[in-house]
Design a protein around this ligand. Structure first.
Ligand code: GRF
Length: 203
């Protein structure tokens, strides 16, 4: 069975992209292959990671388009050009428009650094998520991989992993623990699961 061409959409550091690349090299992600990286930030360090592994990369920044629709159209054209079958939002700090969502039903997944539905939705991104968890005093947080639909962080959950909150945690310390103990395993595992579905191995 052919491997599923994956596009990783990024905005920043790209440690989740790195986790996908590493898991591909380790044979954990084997039903799909990262065929394209799209960044909406020309200065994202994630782009250097793509270059290092010779993965084609495209920069598409919203500010260079007249409208959100123009951005969506260009993104969709790029995804189609590379015959992408699964879109992985790996730290992508933008909301995808309807044309992209409709073209990829159950074919777009996102990693969120909390146990959804807690600490998700509009405004919950980056360190804000961890700050909110600490402010609330939760003792357990974690990460979630979910399908992307028109509701921000609201699509069906694919995988979750819990991570303990410790006394004295700062948002930065907690973010690092959630990445190391949850995100970097969860995203490749979920990508493999969904690729297997797409390729027809499972229901
Ligand atoms: C991660 O915490 C991810 O859960 C969130 O954005 C962050 C991206 O980090 N969606 P990186 O760019 O993968 O290092």
């Amino acid at each position: 069975m052919a491997v599923v061409p994956i596009a990783a959409l990024v905005s920043g550091g790209g440690t989740n992209l790195q986790a996908l690349i590493d898991s591909q090299e380790a044979g954990i992600l084997r039903s799909g292959k990262i065929a394209l990286v799209v960044s909406n930030n020309s200065r994202a360090p994630a782009l250097e990671r793509a270059a290092k592994y010779h993965i084609p990369a495209v920069v598409a920044e919203q500010k260079n388009f007249d409208s959100p629709e123009g951005f969506d159209r260009a993104l969709l054209e790029t995804l189609e050009e590379y015959r992408i079958q699964l879109v992985v939002l790996a730290g992508f700090l933008a909301v995808l428009g309807q044309p992209v969502l409709q073209a990829y039903p159950d074919r777009i997944i996102n990693i969120h650094p909390a146990l959804l539905p807690a600490f998700g939705g509009k405004g919950f991104y980056g360190l804000k998520v961890h700050q909110a968890a600490l402010d609330r005093g939760v003792k357990i947080t974690g990460a979630t991989v979910h399908y992307v639909d028109e509701n921000i962080d609201g699509g069906k959950i694919i995988l979750q992993k819990a991570v303990e909150v410790r006394e004295g945690d700062t948002p930065e310390i907690l973010q690092k623990r959630v990445m190391e103990q949850a995100e970097w395993q969860l995203l490749p595992a979920a990508a493999e699961l969904v690729c297997r579905k797409i390729a027809g191995f499972e229901g």
